[in-house]
Design a protein around this ligand. Structure first.
Ligand code: UDX
Length: 456
């Protein structure tokens, strides 16, 4: 039996430890965090994050071999294995600001481990997405003190996507375990691989060196984001020609070499990972003297910003270049459906742009109320969250769909139209709705990447 501690009870640490605890009943898992409220919520049925199926998994293991605590020193003292899942935001100051990872929480964690660890052999598992070669820095910090513990650092990046965390953890495409290239390192990597081996078939568990493992995570996210920026860039071309982005996505996705996933044109990608990871990757390339490669990846982020800006500019243009005092309603604020997460959502920059034109902005989201209100509080202007979508759209000049929640397909658009200003506009930032039907009802419909349907 091992004592396993996870530092960081966020989107990665919480669900991953719950799944490990479920499948490895012989080991004890303790998830710790400095945030007391978060730990209290993990210990209740009002979990701090929304993930379909998560509560059921937590309930099965909690109190049996899954525990949540604020006592970080004790959890480190007892641990044979320590997962580090603290957040690594983009640096907001100094060298590399806006691009490099801010490693202050991560380094503090490394020093806490060095101070408190007591077991003779301790495996430290890097779970946060970190710049390549961070494991090496972690090793250096851990071997710098007078600790009696022998440490080995393993990289085990998390590939789960929000909203599908439980199926992604239950049946991952692959699990990556990067170990140091020495006897203890290889043994440590095998120990971690064996944990996952409780429910994942062997050939999906890849053992690599530490740097390949770290870099694979950044590259996977960069490649996914690059597909979205590629299709979004083509959606702009489609709007100037007679082509239809939905037809193009379908046609190219049927090429087995390309595949159908991540080809859905959108107002722009968001979430805590994509932009951050591409900027890390780009920064890394710059650091290693590869400015062309750095610029190639940075352009993925530029196209993403261009896409959100294009969406906004189209609203402005269709509203006769004046939004002052006009009510614009956003359907959706989360960066994607089935999550309450709004981090880096394109809705944030869209709202700011609308407010800079003095629009009156009303926002609805079926799940992300708390997070949205938190984001709106930092914005200046006439903006508010409205709990009911019909009320949010009451008297609006335009509705802009930002997040493709299922609920938005099921609304009574005839009823919404009755209470909107005329001409009524609908901008579909996800191509989520039935455009012909809405046009027939009387809306002027502006899809992404195909001709508008207008009565004008
Ligand atoms: C992503 C990775 O998928 C995951 O492997 C990694 O661990 C963390 O980052 P996540 O941020 O949860 O996961 O969301 P994901 O489903 O990948 O979507 C990211 C963004 O891209 C969302 O804003 C989504 O709406 C957008 N998207 C996705 C598109 O605009 N078009 C698509 O075709 C697919």
């Amino acid at each position: 039996m091992s004592q396993i501690t996870c530092i960081g009870a966020g989107y990665v640490g919480g669900p991953t430890m719950a799944m490990l605890a479920l499948h490895c009943p012989e080991h004890n898992f303790t998830v710790v965090d400095i945030n007391e409220e978060r730990i209290q919520r993990w210990s209740s049925d009002n979990l701090p994050i929304y993930e379909p199926g998560l509560l059921e998994v937590v309930q099965q293991a909690r109190g049996r071999n899954l525990f949540f605590s604020n006592d970080i020193p004790t959890a480190i003292q007892q641990a044979d294995i320590i997962f580090v899942a603290v957040n690594t935001p983009t640096k907001a100051f100094g060298e590399g600001a806006g691009k490099a990872a801010d490693l202050q929480y991560w380094e503090k964690t490394a020093r806490d481990i060095l101070t408190h660890a007591r077991q003779p052999e301790v495996i430290v598992v890097e779970k946060s997405t970190l710049p390549v070669r961070t494991a090496e820095a972690m090793s250096r910090i851990l071997s710098s003190g007078s600790s009696h513990s022998q440490f080995s650092v393993v990289s085990n990046p998390e590939f789960l996507a929000e909203g599908t965390a439980i199926p992604d953890l239950q049946e991952p495409d692959r699990v990556l375990v990067g170990g140091e290239e020495n006897v203890f390192g290889r043994r440590a990597a095998r120990t971690i691989a064996d944990l996952y081996g409780h429910w994942i078939v062997k050939d999906r568990i890849l053992l690599t060196n530490v740097w390949s493992s770290e870099l694979s995570k950044l590259v996977a996210n960069a490649m996914l984001a690059q597909r979205i920026s590629s299709i979004n860039s083509i959606s702009a071309l489609c709007e100037r020609t007679q082509a239809n982005i939905g037809e193009i996505s379908r046609a190219i996705g049927m090429d087995r070499r390309i595949g159908p996933h991540f080809l859905q044109a959108s107002i722009g990608f968001g979430g805590s990972c994509f932009r951050k990871d591409i900027l890390h990757l780009s920064y890394l390339c710059e650091y290693y003297g590869l400015p062309e490669v750095a610029d190639y990846w940075a352009s993925v982020v530029r196209i993403n910003e261009f896409q959100t800006d294009r969406f906004f500019k189209n609203i402005l243009k269709q509203q006769f270049n004046t939004l002052a005092g006009k009510k614009i309603t956003l359907f959706g604020f989360a960066f994607k459906p089935d999550t309450g997460d709004t981090r880096d959502s394109p809705a944030i920059s869209l709202c700011r742009k609308l407010l800079s034109e003095h629009a009156q902005v009303r926002v609805h989201d079926p799940r992300a109320r708390e997070e949205t209100e938190h984001d709106l509080a930092s914005m200046e202007g006439d903006i508010a969250f409205v709990e009911d979508p019909y009320e949010a759209a009451y008297g609006a000049h335009a509705v802009a769909l930002v997040t493709q929640w299922q609920q938005y397909r099921d609304l009574d658009y005839g009823h919404i139209l009755e209470n909107m200003m005329r001409p009524a506009y609908l901008f579909d930032g996800r191509n989520h709705l039935d455009h012909q039907y809405l046009f027939n009802l009387g809306y002027n419909v502006f899809p992404l990447g195909s001709a508008p349907l207008t009565h004008l």
